[in-house]
Design a protein around this ligand. Structure first.
Ligand SMILES: [Zn+2]
Length: 73
């Protein structure tokens, strides 16, 4: 009984510290500090950098925009 409660506790803590990026499905080593929480959705720094470099009107921009839109649907 005791071992089970410890396991559950560790899982809950792990879930809090290690968020998963909704765009690339990666878990940054730095946890929450390795990215940004936007409206409850976690985006890692790598994806954020990609978004920042995209130019408005290009196919890559449209694709990323569609992917982000789907996250909130
Ligand atoms: Zn990412």
């Amino acid at each position: 009984m005791q071992a089970k409660s410890v396991f559950a506790k560790n899982c809950a803590r792990k879930g809090q510290v290690l968020p998963r990026c909704k765009l690339c499905d990666e878990v940054p080593e730095e946890g929450l500090r390795g990215g940004y929480l936007i409206n409850g959705i976690f985006i890692c720094r790598g994806c954020e950098a990609v978004i920042m470099r995209l130019q408005v009107g290009t196919p890559d921009y449209e694709e990323m925009l569609n992917r982000i839109k789907k996250l909130w649907e």
